[in-house]
Ligand binder design. Sequence first.
Ligand SMILES: NC(=O)c1ccc[n+]([C@@H]2O[C@H](COP(=O)([O-])OP(=O)(O)OC[C@H]3O[C@@H](n4cnc5c(N)ncnc54)[C@H](OP(=O)(O)O)[C@@H]3O)[C@@H](O)[C@H]2O)c1
Length: 347
Amino acid sequence: MMTVLPSSRIPDPYEAPPLRWGVIAPGGIAANMARALQRSTQRIVAVGSRTREHAEEFAATFGVERAYGSYEQLVSDPQVDAVYVASPHSAHRDHALLAIAAGKPVLVEKSFARNAVEAREVVEAARAAKVACVEAMWPRFAPRFDIVRQVLESGELGDIIAVDATHNRYIPAEKAPRLYDPERAGGALLDLGIYPVSFVSFALGTPRKVLAAGSLMPNGVDRTVAAVETDFESHPGAVATVTTTLAAASAVTASIAGTEGRIELDGSMFFYSPGRVRLVRPDGSSIEAPEVGPTNHDALVYEASHLAHLVAEGATESPYLQLDETVSIMETMDEIRRQVGVAFPGE
Ligand SMILES: NC(=O)c1ccc[n+]([C@@H]2O[C@H](COP(=O)([O-])OP(=O)(O)OC[C@H]3O[C@@H](n4cnc5c(N)ncnc54)[C@H](OP(=O)(O)O)[C@@H]3O)[C@@H](O)[C@H]2O)c1
């Protein structure tokens, strides 16, 4: 029985092999990434926007050398080693394909695409071109999840019975119009619910059965979604629940409960951001691993440095989130959307 939780095996993200990054779409998360990389060996050397003015504004704010008024110019820059796709979900497929066609390793924001068909298209292109491609599900590459990963691999929790993950936020339309826009594949599920759905996949694998319900906004975008996932191949007795909304905030927590103990991810900003890990035994005793490394969105540095390590090693997929899993997560998301009744324009 573990008396202390394992240490994270994730290397220091500030010492990763250097890459020269190009950013596609300088919006909110691209700014967070630029801040996260500032102290690191990863350098954003170019930014591409639909408008040159917006690219120049971002470049001036973050000291980026080259600003392009098109994404095509960005991926053609011979001094860009890797591309970060930070556009809305509706554009991920096209922008990832642009980077792959230019032979550039690519980190694609979550949700990886609008649906599994698009996700498969990107995965097939990346594999055919032998280009590294990773879904930017940032917790997978950070120390907190690596501690949980080792606990899961050790069998310390016994048989896993219940996994619960919640991502309920209050994000009004004025703050993030993208989330309310079907054209940009908005809604709670693709933006927020992807974290709990991905967490269940991390803990249990792919469910063969999904039951979902939710409520939609008048324009058909999902506001609130709840889903039960069951029938996991390697955990036949397990049940998972995921809930997400963009209309009300609650604690953004996750837990994995087994016959011999449970993992709790709480007490921090979000279960998927940096924070402590707690393992609680059936008798109520517990052991904890403290938060380590960069905090909050500065932890985006882990996914960028992870891609840098993959590129340096000549690898094209992450062992922490393989592309087959990315696709299977999108299949689960598709099934939830089908049951809730959400389809995006042009799908
Ligand atoms: N990891 C995280 O914690 C996290 C947090 C927030 C968001 N995200 C993800 O990051 C992605 C972007 O989210 P965001 O919040 O950064 O979005 P955002 O602030 O709305 O920025 C997206 C950018 O995409 C570009 N764009 C390209 N096509 C567009 C279109 N049809 N309509 C509008 N903008 C378009 C725009 O830049 P130009 O016009 O300059 O090209 C825009 O600034 C999403 O996949 C989201 O899920 C991740």
